[in-house]
Ligand binder design. Sequence first.
Ligand code: SAM
Ligand code: ZN
Length: 354
Amino acid sequence: MKLKTIKEGDIKLKVPVNEELTKKMSVFYNPEMKFDRDISELIISILKPKKICDCLAASGARGLRYKSVLKDSEVVLNDQNPKTAEVMKKNAELNNLEVRIENKDANKLLFENLFDFIDLDPFGSPIYFLDSAAKSIRNKGIVALTATDTAPLCGTSPLTCLRRYGIRSLKTDFYKELGLRIFISSAMKIFSRYDMAFTPIFSYCRRHYFRIFGRVTRGCKRADLLLEQFDYISYCQKCGFHKTGLIDKCDNCGNKLNLIGKIFTGNFASPEFCVKLEKESSKKFDYLSDFINQIRAEQDYFMYYDIHKICKWNGKQIKKKKFLLENLEGSKTHFLDTGIRTNKEFSEILKVFD
Ligand SMILES: C[S@@+](CC[C@H](N)C(=O)[O-])C[C@H]1O[C@@H](n2cnc3c(N)ncnc32)[C@H](O)[C@@H]1O
Ligand SMILES: [Zn+2]
């Protein structure tokens, strides 16, 4: 395996050279995920967890960045691919960082250890690791999850979604937010089996992946409080009308509504945590400030509308976003450029286009 040295954040990394970016890379490294590793580093800097596990570490990019900002914390880098151990070791030495390197199945490692921060960044879905994460996470610890299986999460493969995440999904105009919420809901349900609450402190969708950071707290009451915020969404696939709850017919066009859910309808990020995160980003990764502020603003609304689709389905002419945001007292969304968040009734939304 031929390696080249690159720089990311405050560290240097040896990564494979001349290899196509696929799962088959000898040691996986995707420069595109720097955005996510930057956010994760900021979160680590705020929370200062004592014992961290980068469970699916590949080159060690993530875990080494964590260690570089939290020198006193214990960091474990693990990956079951034997080729990664050699590269992780080289990368730790290159940066003079002391970390523990493991070469195990992540489930096994999690069963054998307790951590305050568990990062699971797999190919596809992290759902297969969540039972062991529940055994391994200390009370009030953070579990950070990435999912790249967008087809089941976004409504393109509803049967896979039902099998993998246990939630009914559909094709909708708000598919990216639906995907994120299905992912969060499924994680919440798994932790709740162990009387633990998995509360999202920060989550988002970007390009081909979803990312959630959840604080895990023990207690039936806390877990129940989250489950109480689950509901169905009744959705009209003809005009784009949606409402929470079990509703039979579309208020707008009379079509029979389809059911999604049940999913978590609460905040997918904590507004208070977003304020801290934005402050931290302004010190180090200024380019993330707008993104973080946007996520905070989005918590005042549930499910965006894709204005282009809504106009097309209802025979309306699109209007300027600025005009729509003012008239719908709404917000933009990080999920989609043509998306708008508003608490107005669907009939009022359509009126704005007249
Ligand atoms: C998407 S890559 C990780 C990328 C890395 N976190 C980063 O930010 O650069 C997923 C890694 O998970 C590893 N992996 C897959 N299944 C595993 C398992 N059951 N236990 C441990 N490692 C596993 C693969 O070898 C691969 O290196
Ligand atoms: Zn309708």
